[in-house]
Design a protein around this ligand. Sequence first.
Ligand SMILES: [Zn+2]
Ligand SMILES: [Zn+2]
Length: 366
Amino acid sequence: MMRTKAAVLYEAGQVAVIEEIVLDTPHRGEMLVRMEAAGVCHSDLHVRDGHLPEPLPMVLGHEGTGVVVEVGPGVTDLQPGDRVVLTLVPACGHCYFCRRGEPHLCATSGVMAAGGVLGDGTSRMRIGTQTLHHFNSVSCFSEYIVVPQEGAAKIPDDVPLEIAALLGCAVVTGVGAVERTAGVRPAESVAVIGCGGVGLNIIQAASLSGAYPIIAIDVRTDKIELAKTFGASHGINSRDQDAYAAIHEIAGYGVDWAFEALGNPRTIEQAWGLIRAGGTVVVVGLSPKGSRVSLPAFDFISEKNIRGCFYGSSRFHADVPQILKRIQAGRMRIDGLVSHSVPLEGLETAFERLRSGDGARTIIHF
Ligand SMILES: [Zn+2]
Ligand SMILES: [Zn+2]
């Protein structure tokens, strides 16, 4: 048992309180990790603002990197001193989905996430007598955390902090959406709605896949310009321009793939209008729970497709080394993804930037 500083969300719509909490020692198959950096993602904001109901109180944060300090019994793959990147889906390897080769849909992880607990159904965090819930088995807006061993992958010591911090969600999700969910092929046309942390990685992976044209759509010109440095060939500011007309001018009948990276029902519907007959909308963004999408059913006669995407359909433990290999070889960039760096106390300002769409990712430095 130890004390650590964490950001605790007691009530949706309220500011997360930075305070000292009690953290239990790792149980069987779990590890104590000292956080080095964490990314602030839209999913955290969704919980903070009440668009994604979670059991509260909760310590948020689901994307980050740290160093293993202590391992519980039964931990075989990692040891103290190992640098790790965390995942929000600690796939069990044994459930129906894991056995099907779809570990991102792991049912065991789903139960843990829904209950805000770790594998044995309990939490390692509390304050006084009050139990604090885990966010997707990570809860990394905390100086120290306890995670399942499946929830962390070892990374080399020389991977820069900014890269390591974003690998676990923004990068894996964006790259996976292109390479695993969609399987974009050379010369296929791609549109990406929303050029934040995930959207930029979609653009980058599409570029690596040989896609052309790659059309970045956002309401901020600075983000569109940044997207071009990640491989976008065209940009559309949908505040000033009719995206439908602009896309059809660039890509003829519409694009092969439209990736929606905002999680907004209106832009999902907009994406539907941007694809060609037989094209596909890939919904990567997480929409507020309870929201609905309406599509013209007649369009199905033109074989248009829409498909969901969770966590880039990634196989985390296989994908992280593959992505790191390309980053280290200079084939993939990540430096422009981090626009701001703050201490844990700066979490609320990071949320405000996400709401306003200002900048790319903010990371918390511990
Ligand atoms: Zn995320
Ligand atoms: Zn599983």
